[in-house]
Design a protein around this ligand. Structure first.
Ligand SMILES: [Zn+2]
Ligand SMILES: [Zn+2]
Ligand SMILES: [Zn+2]
Length: 759
């Protein structure tokens, strides 16, 4: 019996080799029909005997190309026409483009084989790619995704490349960045002064320079890296000195996982994440006694490690280095450099040489950073390899723009039931980062082919993102409270909409009452929220200075706990009498000492109290170090008190601090104190959730905010919450930190907009 079916497929199905895959599958199963790209994705009509058709339908759902993903697969019946051959038909044009662009990805196994095969015409060619791998998002200038709309427009294909491009049986059929040594981009080596360095083999020469201890700026996929041999201690120190980066860890890149396990204790799930086509930096526990320089990640138990993701990386690393430091090509706080002239101007005081190429990067994309806890990967920074993958929201709705917060900025645009969160942009206080923020909004609007009907922003009036939103004329503006946005971000990522308890623990965000929040128990959904409980307030002596100096926070908490007679802790001997007097005056007179319920500040204070970190050189450093020193297997915890009326409880940390100080005075070591503190925070979260459930009857909990990037806290609290009967939502593909705020803002704006439309 013959049948004919029509299949409509949506998702990431264009520019990823989907049509040749369908074509090959049809030939394998001996079915007739055709496939074409349309504005929404791919359409297939197929006919044949029922058993062949069944095999074909199974194969095109389960064996899809590595970069493809399917979000909709609709099947309908048609009368058979007797068609027995299968064809790839020309794309339907003239329609609005809805198909999605794939992220930039690694070098696939087939391309890697060719790269190292002396008989292949692309042997050692640093720009080898195919429909299953290579650059995408970073080279796209417009839609639809065709070569003229990428930076590959600068190169015309030679006859051999064009033949592959036109051949449905080729792995390079319609591979837009297709290139070879005869027709494609080339690498060049320059001196720090920008002069060409004569060499027949710039890659081999670069390897030699790295082995000699030189610092190279290397143009990659989404920007420049600074690279040095990670085993060369003197060079790593010199890089740190020139980059003005005192302590923040450098990322490493190794050729394969065999190399990685010689200096880390990577677990199977971490190995899988390292080798995935997204190729994020994965935080891995260091192995003692490795040959990697100790200054790669000072005071840190982890290395951030990635595997090669461009042919240039493969060629530099194979058989040459255990690991290269590959840190983003910028001075601290500046955005990563991605344009050649700009990169040379900015990096010439850091790099000895530049390994550059002539394929333009259209969009700056940093490396993504991921961490595994409880066997589950969670992104700390979402960028290359993940962007512009979208999130499917619970329902369809109007196009809105969420402009995010200020630190770790991202933006979010929605289209239909999809939300697209941009790559990590950075700290908007920096002017160049702000320019990058504006161009990212323009570019994503163009690539998604959308015009926002509303814009959502933070309550904070001084954020650059808020000012940007206020400059958008003719569309409604929705101010969104920071921690409500965190809650909504977690709901949206999990495609949930119901009323949920939001435990939002982070650094700082402006509250609806004008105070700075950050230790919050909220009850809400995408429309609105109530604040059911929070950590008690404390002053931040010196405002922003108290964020940079955990010792100030430690002093403030001590003063609030003990009043005039402070316990004789070592911390106090590290503060001069003048400093102590100044902090006291600021706090008692409320001078430049904004009140906060921040949980991040409490972690900072404890890090200073145990003698770990008085002043930080990067955001989150104190809390990270506190987590890392925690003793394993410790079960003790500190008490806390809860005050307030039935519907708003305030968590008093004074008993906790008293018990912690007693431990310190009794000589309990910092590792144990840290572990007990973490246990106390987990207990505080579970107790807070129980109170919220009693008030509301709600048992679904969302955990969000930067504090939840703490793996120890997560691993402690998750089983306790589940044992207490809560359904727990967490982040995985959206960062728990402010990188996720834009998604939450957009979800809230959509809910409010549709509520207005219904009125
Ligand atoms: Zn490939
Ligand atoms: Zn060619
Ligand atoms: Zn936040």
């Amino acid at each position: 019996m013959r049948l004919r079916k029509r299949i409509e497929i949506e998702g990431v199905v264009q520019g990823v080799g989907f049509r040749p895959f369908v074509h090959q599958t049809a030939q394998r199963w001996g079915v007739g029909g055709w496939v074409l790209n349309d504005s929404r994705g791919v359409v297939v009509e197929v006919e044949g005997p029922i058993e062949c058709l069944a095999g074909f339908l199974w194969a095109i759902r389960s064996d899809i190309p590595p970069l493809a993903s399917i979000s909709r697969f609709d099947l309908s019946d048609l009368p058979p026409t007797g068609e027995t051959t299968f064809a790839i038909r020309a794309s339907q044009s003239g329609q609005r483009v809805q198909a999605r662009i794939a992220p930039d990805t690694y070098v696939c196994a087939d391309c890697r084989r060719e790269l190292f095969n002396p008989a292949d015409r692309r042997f050692r060619y640093p720009f080898i790619n195919c429909t299953n791998c290579g650059p995408r998002y970073s080279i796209v200038t417009a839609v639809p995704y065709d070569r003229p709309n990428t930076t590959m427009v600068d190169f015309s294909m030679c006859t051999a490349c064009q033949a592959e491009y036109d051949d449905p049986a080729s792995r390079r059929f319609h591979a837009q960045p297709n290139a070879c040594p005869d027709c494609g981009p080339q690498v060049r080596l320059l001196t720090a002064g920008g002069e060409p360095l004569p060499t027949d083999d710039p890659l081999a020469t670069s390897v030699g320079l790295l082995k000699q201890g030189c610092i190279l700026a290397i143009k990659g996929l989404g920007g420049y890296h600074l690279a040095v041999d990670a085993e060369n201690d003197a060079t790593v120190r010199e890089l740190r000195r020139r980059k003005v980066r005192d302590e923040k860890p450098f990322a490493l890149m190794s050729y394969d996982t065999d190399a990685v396990v010689t200096y880390t204790r990577a677990e199977p799930e971490e190995i899988r994440l390292l080798g995935g086509f997204e190729r994020p930096i994965v935080l891995l526990r260091q192995k003692m006694g490795s040959t990697i320089s100790a200054v790669v990640a000072p005071n840190n138990r982890f290395f951030g490690v990635m595997l090669p993701y461009t042919p240039v990386h493969e060629l530099l690393l194979k058989d040459n280095f255990l690991a290269l430091v590959m840190t983003s090509g910028n001075l601290s706080d500046e955005p990563i450099a991605f344009e050649d002239a700009e990169a040379i101007a900015r990096l010439k005081h850091i790099a000895d040489y530049f390994l550059i190429h002539n394929r333009r990067i259209h969009t700056r994309v940093d490396d993504s950073i991921s961490r595994v806890f409880h066997g589950k990967a969670a992104l700390l920074r979402r960028s290359r390899g993940y962007v512009p993958q979208t999130f499917t929201l619970a329902e369809s709705g109007p196009v809105v723009l969420g402009v995010g917060a200020e630190l770790k900025s991202t933006i979010c645009l929605t289209r239909g039931d999809q939300a697209c969160v941009s790559q990590h942009i950075g700290d908007l206080k920096n002017e160049e980062v702000y320019a990058s923020f504006c161009s990212t909004i323009r570019h994503l609007q163009q690539v998604l082919d959308v015009v926002p009907e509303a814009v959502a922003h933070d309550l904070h009036p001084d954020f650059q993102s808020t000012r940007y939103a206020q400059s958008c004329v003719g569309i409604p503006h929705f101010p969104v409270q920071h921690h409500h946005a965190h809650l909504a971000s977690c709901l949206a990522e999990n495609a949930e909409t119901g009323i949920t308890i939001g435990v939002i623990l982070d650094g700082l965000g402006l509250g609806s009452d004008g105070n700075i929040w950050g230790g919050e128990f909220l009850l809400g959904d995408l429309h609105s929220f109530k604040r059911l409980g929070h950590l008690d307030l404390v002053g931040m002596p010196g405002g922003d200075a108290a964020v940079r100096e955990p010792r100030r926070m430690a002093f403030a908490y001590l003063l609030a706990t003990y009043g005039d007679t402070l316990p004789p802790l070592p911390l106090l001997s590290r503060l001069s009498a003048e400093e102590q007097t100044a902090f006291r005056q600021m706090l008692s007179r409320n001078l430049n000492s904004p009140l906060t319920s921040s949980c991040g500040r409490l972690f900072d204070a404890v890090a200073a109290l145990v003698g770990l970190r008085d002043i930080v050189s990067y955001e989150g450093q104190a809390a990270l170090e506190l987590e890392q020193i925690a003793a394993e297997g410790e079960e003790g915890e500190y008490p806390f008190a809860v005050q307030g009326e039935a519907e708003t409880f305030v968590i008093d940390w004074r008993p906790l601090l008293q018990a912690l100080v007693d431990d310190l005075l009794a000589g309990v070591d910092a590792a144990r104190v840290s572990a007990r503190f973490h246990n106390s925070m987990a207990a505080m979260i579970v107790d807070g959730c129980r109170r919220c459930a009693e008030i509301s009857g709600v048992t679904q909990v969302a955990l969000s905010g930067g504090v939840f990037q703490n793996a120890l806290l997560m691993e402690t609290v998750l089983p306790q919450l589940r044992d207490a009967g809560f359904k727990v939502l967490t982040h995985a593909l959206v960062p728990a930190n402010d990188g996720g705020i834009s998604l939450g803002q957009a979800a809230i704006a959509r809910a409010r907009l549709s509520a207005i439309h219904q009125c």
